[in-house]
Design a protein around this ligand. Structure first.
Ligand SMILES: C[S@@+](CC[C@H](N)C(=O)[O-])C[C@H]1O[C@@H](n2cnc3c(N)ncnc32)[C@H](O)[C@@H]1O
Ligand code: SF4
Ligand code: SF4
Length: 406
């Protein structure tokens, strides 16, 4: 077990085919890869902070300035009506009811949705929320079952009971996990990892796979990751998970170990990692617009006029000069909102998380190299051109990255 590849590179035969660069280049030229990277978007996200209240106090929560405020019904209706009718470049809208804990305002959610569903709109739309799950009981459950195709819930679940309870105020037993699984079987859940839950990362990931969830997991932003011991803990946990994924090629790697490592061979830098300030339209309880929820007063006091408006935000530089020569720049995501709240600059990345990302990337490349040693592309469900690109990316990472992690 480990994350450093020391194999002989004897990959199974169809992976030794020469890389069909033309196919990959074709995908880049046609914009398909950029679609995947979210640069071109025909869908906008309209996020309404319908309440700033929450019944939990999760240890990593970036919403440090919660209040008792909720969005008035009329404000919600005005924002949504305008966004669904606006003559802009987007033909689809994801309407996100956000919090605090959105189900604190279950009646408001119901009333706003029922208004939306009672009208015809020029744009397609879907209603969505992210919830801590603890208030989803009784009447609201019935309503959700009735409207499950029009209103989708993503559950925040940090893994096994002990990992979840460490992070999320002992709330594991307050959630009906089976309800979420049975009503929205294909919806991803969200796992956030803190320094305190990191030692339970592997068991938590395996637990969520065993429950049958697909999920996104990431290290919490804005918490103290500076203790060097944590990097060793991450390596140990990823080493266990690497072995798990190598033994179970049918299980898709979790997002932390599912980075698109083939992007390290792209000839140019990815310029944007999310739709903040472009396709993300985030409204506070007063109906004021922000580039994303991280820029709202609930998350930061540092609101400056230049980041508040969509047009100027689009023009801000998003590239951190310290990352200029990094070999894994194109697989290292960044959160502009977090950068901004931490440093006042949307481009400046978290120094402490840099090494963690390198370890993640190394583990991802290790898993792919080992999988391609054992299984062929068909078995792994990867098209041959992508398999070749992944292998090239993985070799480059194993060559260059260890020297950059001390
Ligand atoms: C702010 S909460 C609001 C919705 C709801 N209360 C919930 O917990 O799902 C939205 C998501 O942000 C995640 N989150 C909170 N603080 C975070 C942080 N510092 N870094 C990364 N994710 C975080 C939570 O785990 C949750 O999945
Ligand atoms: S992460 Fe969600 S549930 Fe936890 S304190 Fe923040 S808003 Fe509340
Ligand atoms: S790994 Fe570090 S240096 Fe490389 S792009 Fe990410 S933050 Fe920048």
């Amino acid at each position: 077990m480990g994350i450093f590849y020391r194999g002989d590179g004897a990959f199974s035969p169809n992976h030794n085919e020469e890389m069909p660069h033309s196919a990959l280049e074709g995908r880049i030229q046609s914009g398909e890869l950029f679609l995947f990277l979210g640069v071109y978007m025909s869908k906008k996200t309209v996020m309404l902070t319908i309440t700033e209240q929450c019944n939990l106090n999760c240890r990593y929560c970036y919403e440090k300035n919660k209040t008792l405020k909720s969005m008035p019904y009329d404000t919600a209706i005005n924002v949504i009506s305008r966004e669904l009718s606006e003559n802009d470049e987007f033909d689809e809208v994801e309407i996100q009811f956000f919090g605090g804990e959105p189900f604190f305002e279950a009646d408001l959610i119901k009333a706003v949705c029922e208004y939306i569903w009672s009208k015809d709109w020029p744009k397609k739309y879907q209603c969505f929320t992210t919830t801590n799950g603890t208030l989803v009981h009784g009447e609201i459950k019935k309503w959700l079952v009735e409207h499950k195709d029009k209103f989708v819930c993503s559950l925040s679940l940090d893994g096994t009971k002990r990992a979840h309870d460490i992070n999320r105020c002992n709330s594991f037993d307050m959630i009906d996990i089976d309800f979420f699984k049975s009503i929205w079987p294909n919806q991803t859940v969200k796992m956030t990892i803190s320094p305190e839950s990191l030692p339970f990362l592997a068991e938590s990931v395996i637990y969520l796979h065993e429950l049958g969830f697909s999920f996104h997991n990431n290290l919490a932003y804005g918490v103290d990751w500076s203790d060097k011991k944590l990097l060793r803990v991450l390596e140990e946990q990823l080493s266990i998970l690497s072995n798990y994924y190598i033994e179970h090629p049918e299980i898709p790697q979790c997002s932390m170990l599912g980075m698109s490592i083939e992007n390290v061979i792209l000839g140019r830098k990815i310029e944007r990692w999310c739709g903040a300030g472009v396709s993300m339209r985030s409204y506070d309880t007063f109906g004021n617009l922000y580039p994303c929820h991280m820029f709202q007063p609930i998350s930061t006091e540092l609101i400056q006029p230049d980041v508040r408006q969509k047009t100027t935000f689009e023009k801000l530089n998003t590239l951190d000069p310290k990352c200029d020569n990094c070999p894994i720049f194109n697989v290292c995501p960044t959160c502009y909102g977090h950068n901004y709240t931490a440093t006042g600059d949307i481009a400046k990345r978290d120094e402490a998380l840099c090494k963690f990302t390198k370890v993640n990337t190394l583990a991802t490349s290790y898993i792919w190299l080992k999988k391609f040693e054992r299984y062929n592309a068909d078995k792994l469900g990867v098209p041959i051109d992508q398999a070749c690109a992944i292998l090239d990316g993985a070799k480059l990472i194993q060559d260059r990255l260890p020297a950059l992690i001390d």
